[in-house]
Design a protein around this ligand. Structure first.
Ligand code: NIG
Ligand code: FE
Length: 409
C-alpha cells in the first residue's frame, strides 16, 4: 500500500480506538495518519511516518499542533421534513406539554412540499451538519406515513448525501396518520405489508416510536418482526414521554439502538446491556420540551454504551448542532467529556453498525477527520455550541475550512 494522503502535526490525534493510544480516547501525542483511497492505513507518532511508502502524488495536511478527532457522527435525525412548529414551541414555553400528535402538523406540511423543496431543505441541513464537523448522519423517514410518501422521503435522503454520508432508516411507525386515526391495526398492517416489504435498499434500519400517543409494545413488536424478516436492522424510540416498555422490546429484538430513554429504569438498562443495544441519548429534545433528561449515569453504570445525537426534527429538537449536545451531555446528563466524545464518535458508529469503519481513526476506517481549532479535544465541550472545525475531511477529501480544495489561497 502506498499512502496518497498524509496528516501530520496532530498535537493530539484522538483516535477513539483505545488500544492505539492513551486513555479511553486512544490519544496519540504528536500524531500522524496515512491513508490511501480514502481509507486509513496507518496511525502513529509523526516521527515514524518516514518509514512508510508514499505514492507519487500525496495530499498533505499539517494540523499545526492542533487536536484532530474523527469525523463526528449524528446517529439519530429526522432529516427530511417541511414546515416548522415554532408556534407549538411557543405554546410549550407558555406551559403546554409536548405531545406526540404534533408530528401530524409536520406530516401535512411535508406531504404538501415538492421533491425539490424537500431536497433543498435537506441539503441546507446537511451543510450545517458539515460545518459542525459531522461527516455521517442517520436520517429517518416518518413524516410521510403513506407508502408513497415514506418512499419519497427515503429517496430524497439518499440523493441528499454529499460530503455528509446519510444512513437511512424507515420510520413509517412514527405516529398514526390522520386517515387511520380510528384504525390503528389497519395502519400497522399497512406498515408491515404495504411498506416494509417494498423498501429494498432504500433503508438499512427500521425504527418505531413506542410511547403514549404513538404505538404500543404489541404494535411495535409486529412491525419489528416484519422489518427483521426483510433483513432490516432495528432501532426503537423508547421511554421518551413515559415508561412504555420500548427499551426491553429493543433488547428482546437485539436492536442496534434504543433511543431517548428518558424514563428508562435499571431493569431496562440491564436488558440493553445484555443485548449490546446502544443507548442513544438526545438531550436537546429534553431541553426543548422541558422534559426530563435521560439517566445517563445509571445506564453507563449498568454497562450500556451511550451515544449522543441532536434528534434533529421540527417538534422536539430543531438543531444540527451536535457540539451543543456534548455540553448538555456533560452538564445535564453528568457524562464525562471522554464519554461524551465517544458518544458522537465510536459509540455513534456502533449505533449505525459501523464501529471501526467510521467514528475512529484506525487502520481500515474511512479517512474522515476534523482538525479542531484548538489544541485539546476538551474544547468540543468547553467552547460549547460553536463549530470546532478548522476544516472537515471526508474520505480523504478536504471539504471545508481554510484547507479546503476550493478555499482561497
Ligand atoms: O425523536 N419521538 C419521536 N420523534 C421525534 C419528535 C418528532 C416530532 O415531534 O415531530 C423525537 O423527539
Ligand atoms: Fe427522534
Amino acid at each position: 500500500m502506498k499512502a496518497d494522503f498524509v496528516l501530520r502535526g496532530a498535537g493530539r490525534l484522538v483516535t477513539c480506538a483505545p488500544g492505539l493510544g492513551e486513555g479511553v480516547l486512544g490519544v496519540i501525542e504528536n500524531g500522524a495518519l496515512a491513508a490511501s483511497e480514502g481509507v486509513v492505513r496507518w496511525v502513529g507518532v509523526e516521527s515514524e511516518l518516514k518509514s512508510l511508502d508514499f505514492a507519487d502524488a500525496v495530499t498533505e495536511i499539517d494540523a499545526g499542533g492542533r487536536a484532530v478527532v474523527p469525523g463526528l457522527i449524528d446517529c439519530h435525525t429526522h432529516l427530511v421534513f417541511a414546515g416548522d412548529r415554532s408556534e407549538e414551541f411557543a405554546s410549550r414555553l407558555a406551559g403546554r406539554p409536548y405531545e406526540a400528535g404534533g408530528v401530524r402538523t409536520t406530516v401535512e406540511a411535508t406531504r404538501a412540499a415538492s421533491d425539490d423543496e424537500l431536497a433543498r431543505l435537506a441539503a441546507d441541513r446537511l451543510g450545517r451538519f458539515l460545518s459542525y464537523g459531522v461527516t455521517t448522519i442517520e436520517a429517518k423517514s416518518g413524516y410521510g406515513l403513506t407508502p408513497e410518501h415514506e418512499r419519497r422521503l427515503l429517496e430524497i435522503a439518499a440523493r441528499a448525501a454529499g460530503p455528509v454520508e446519510v444512513v437511512r432508516t424507515f420510520m413509517g411507525a412514527h405516529v398514526l396518520p390522520p386517515e387511520y386515526a380510528d384504525d390503528p391495526d389497519g395502519y400497522v398492517d399497512l406498515v408491515c405489508k404495504g411498506m416494509i416489504p417494498s423498501l429494498g435498499s432504500l433503508a438499512e434500519f427500521a425504527d418505531v416510536w413506542c410511547d403514549k400517543g404513538a404505538f404500543t409494545v404489541e404494535q411495535c413488536r409486529k412491525i419489528l418482526r416484519a422489518a427483521r424478516a426483510e433483513g432490516l436492522s432495528l432501532k426503537v424510540h423508547a421511554e421518551q414521554l413515559s415508561h412504555s416498555g420500548g427499551a426491553t422490546l429493543a433488547a428482546e429484538f437485539g436492536a442496534v439502538s434504543a433511543d431517548h430513554l428518558e424514563f428508562a429504569t435499571e431493569e431496562d438498562a440491564m436488558a440493553l446491556a445484555r443485548s449490546k443495544t446502544i443507548g442513544a441519548l438526545l438531550p436537546g429534545a429534553s431541553m426543548m420540551t422541558g422534559g426530563r433528561y435521560a439517566p445517563a449515569r445509571m445506564l453507563i453504570e449498568n454497562g450500556v454504551r451511550v451515544a449522543l445525537s441532536t434528534d434533529l426534527n421540527p417538534g422536539t429538537s430543531y438543531t444540527e448542532n451536535l457540539i451543543l449536545m456534548l455540553a448538555l451531555a456533560c452538564t445535564e446528563l453528568k457524562m464525562t467529556p471522554e464519554e461524551a466524545i465517544l458518544g458522537v464518535t465510536r459509540h455513534a458508529a456502533a449505533a449505525l453498525s459501523r464501529e471501526g469503519k467510521i467514528g475512529s481513526l484506525e487502520p481500515g476506517a474511512q479517512c474522515d477527520f476534523v482538525p479542531l481549532d484548538s489544541k485539546s479535544e476538551l474544547d468540543l465541550v468547553y467552547h460549547y455550541g460553536v463549530s470546532p472545525a478548522m476544516s472537515v475531511i471526508k474520505d480523504g477529501r478536504i471539504f471545508t475550512g481554510p484547507l479546503a480544495d476550493d478555499a482561497p489561497l
